[in-house]
Design a protein around this ligand. Structure first.
Ligand code: PNS
Length: 182
């Protein structure tokens, strides 16, 4: 009896192997990270505990006006990821699946905060799977971060709210300076 078509065949290129035939478990955590929040960091840490190598890929977003440049966003991510030796930071432009292909990675990890994330994330995951043989794994965000987004942090900080505890301390310093016009 042949392998049912719904089950990934052993011959699929979805099984990336190293020299010793052990699967390479590298995951990409893509995002704008404008700026990185404690919710993102929670997802990176959990991905780092699960995968051998994690690449946090910061989007060079042309259309979206960001508070921080891509170099600033990547530097902040690199600083907060320093405790995790298997996490590296990179930037990418264009299609995520093209970036994954370039890096030889077939696994994307995203955080899911609430049901409101689900439709969009499912659509993205299915599109990415349609465009390339890339699998998306979702991590359920820790409940204390389920309301958190870069946008809400930026809005609150811009309007003078104290956002300490919502972003890493090093990011807080940059955020306070930027919303003051620095
Ligand atoms: O932090 P964000 O802005 O929610 O992250 C969104 C991101 C970067 C994951 C997404 O916009 C993305 O993958 N952009 C690259 C373009 C792409 O591949 N789009 C999906 C298929 S059309």
């Amino acid at each position: 009896m042949g392998t049912p078509t719904c089950i990934l065949p052993a011959s699929s290129p979805l099984w990336p192997v190293m020299g010793n035939d052990r699967p390479v478990t590298t995951a990409v955590c893509p995002g704008s990270y404008d700026p990185v929040t404690n919710g993102h960091l929670d997802v990176f840490a959990r991905a780092a505990a699960t995968f051998e190598r994690v690449i946090v890929a910061v989007l060079v977003n042309q259309s979206k006006r960001s508070l921080f440049t891509v170099a600033e966003r990547a530097a902040m991510v690199a600083q907060v990821c320093r405790p995790y030796p298997n996490v590296e930071v990179d930037t990418f432009e264009g299609l995520l699946v093209d970036y994954c292909r370039t890096r030889g990675v077939r696994t994307i990890v995203k955080g899911l905060r609430a049901v409101t994330d689900f439709d969009y994330e499912l659509q993205m995951a299915q599109m990415n799977s349609r465009l390339a043989e890339v699998e998306t794994f979702f991590v359920a965000t820790s409940p204390q971060f389920s309301f958190l987004s870069s946008s809400i942090v930026k809005e609150a900080a811009t309007l003078g709210a104290d956002v300490s505890g919502l972003v890493p301390d090093s990011v807080l310093t940059h955020l306070r300076a930027r919303v003051r016009g620095g």
